[in-house]
Design a protein around this ligand. Sequence first.
Ligand code: DP6
Length: 343
Amino acid sequence: MKTNYSWSAPSNIAFVKYWGKKGVQEPLNSNLSGTLDKCRTNTSIIFEKGEFDVTLFFHGERNETFEKKVRAKLAKTISNEFPSLLNYKLTIHSENTFPHSCGIASSASFYASLSLCLTEFEFELSSRSIYGESDCFSTDFLERASFYARLGSGSACRSLFPGVATWEFESPAYAKCLEIKNDNLKEIDDFICLVDSSEKSVSSTLGHSMMNDHPYKDLRINQANQNFSACVTALQYGDWNSFIQVVEEEANSLHALMMTSRPAFILLKPNTLAFIESFQRWREEHQVNACYTIDAGPNLHFLVDRKQSELFKSFIEKNTHLLENGQYIHDQIGGVIKKIEHI
Ligand code: DP6
């Protein structure tokens, strides 16, 4: 039997944000994201029979802090669903295709790639094929991998699906792929602009927990669920104006929630706002289908109609003085998971 599994999974950018959780890593509100292409994590796991343990190497070096977190997730939550995992010693090798300090959270792509390795191993143990019709990965396989990814890190469950993935509060076990029929909003580029790479003062996990007794909790859940429906409709009809309105409102609301948490915290930096101001002026002048979004940090993602990407690049090039070392990554929505030989 095979004992070594390797997978590559992309990161994702939320259009409607998951912020706040309940139960075992279930979202308070429905959310959805675009799966990136270039920004990904490659992971391999070697399974050896023996007492359960985890050793983790990141870019070839043992990382004991991360190893401890992953060991705890596997032992405490994932093994409840996959008990025979506890009869194995796991050696994990992982690496990101994007620079470590570029401000992209790697937990989504990491847990997505880790879960694919775990799920392939689980299927192999029970002699099930991971493939469905016409050599595509089976729905069972993808849903199981998304389920494990969610237990690792909520937003990771969306990284398994190409294009746009939804994670709904009414069916929170795993994410699903959103099939988009209209071509108008299918080709979206993502320019990831690094404003500040220093460590965040408040982690996402702590931020989520502050939603439990947030003064705007109920309002937020309603707003996000409405935005979820509005975003799905905008994507289905190829309606860029509505898409821009929803996506920017979501980014602004996420940070407004942080600023009104108890205790309050602010992750935006002066240059985040300076860049947005400059972008709004430029967009007004050029009438480009483009919007900004921000996850839990100070860095900006610009979602841009691919037809207008070259024009948008000229805007960024004029504003690189607002970015840390002038850094940005030009990625796109539409990445897919890949089974790889080794990392
Ligand atoms: C702001 O998935 O990183 O990026 O489930 O605690 O691991 P945990 O949190 P995480 O939260 C992501 C929050 C967000 C919005 C989003 O991706 O939807």
